[in-house]
Design a binder for this molecule. Structure first.
Ligand code: FES
Ligand code: FES
Length: 169
């Protein structure tokens, strides 16, 4: 990104790597920064208003809508995008479950669905169907694949819950 009036240096950690940019506009959104400066295209631009969930990332492990968060608002914090959650050959359980359940049509909403679900299951691996439905209620899918998405998250919850119990035994 080129230096501009009202730009400042920005330091934060993204997907486990320190990122330092000399000049990021004060008004730049975290979504813009991730996609345009770091080339991380997991988070998607949907509404730009914090209302659809397509742009969801984790900030210090908590699901957050990157389109309405200023990049400078997360200076010094840990940001995780879909790329940092897992990748082919080492999928996060939620990603693996979405693949197993074939829970996609166009796939545009999946970043948000996966990131929101992964944050929930990290705090509550035994999340109930009602809890999952509630957690994902703010994530929109224009293709109407909600049933398959719910199935995928429940599969992930079952696997993560079993793994959690194995560890505790
Ligand atoms: S693009 Fe961020 S919530 Fe819709
Ligand atoms: S699969 Fe197309 S928006 Fe959800």
């Amino acid at each position: 990104m080129t230096a501009s009036c009202g730009a400042e240096p920005l330091h934060l950690q993204v997907n486990g790597q320190a990122q330092s940019l000399a000049s990021v506009p004060r008004e730049a959104s975290l979504l813009h920064f991730l996609r345009n400066d770091l080339g991380l295209n997991g988070p998607k631009y949907g509404c730009g208003l914090g209302q659809c969930g397509a742009c969801t990332v984790h900030v210090d492990g908590v699901a957050a809508r990157s389109c309405v968060i200023p990049a400078h608002g997360v200076a010094g914090r840990k940001v995780t995008t879909l790329e940092g959650l897992g990748s082919r050959g080492r999928w996060h359980p939620v990603q693996a479950a979405f693949e197993d359940a074939q829970a996609a049509q166009c796939g545009y909403c999946l970043n948000g669905m996966v990131m929101q679900a992964a944050a929930l299951l990290a705090r509550d691996p035994q999340a109930s169907e009602a809890r999952i439905r509630s957690e994902l209620s703010g994530n929109l899918c224009r293709c109407g694949t909600h049933i398959e998405i719910l199935d995928a998250v429940q599969r992930a919850a079952a696997r993560m819950s079993a793994a959690h119990e194995d560890k505790a035994a």
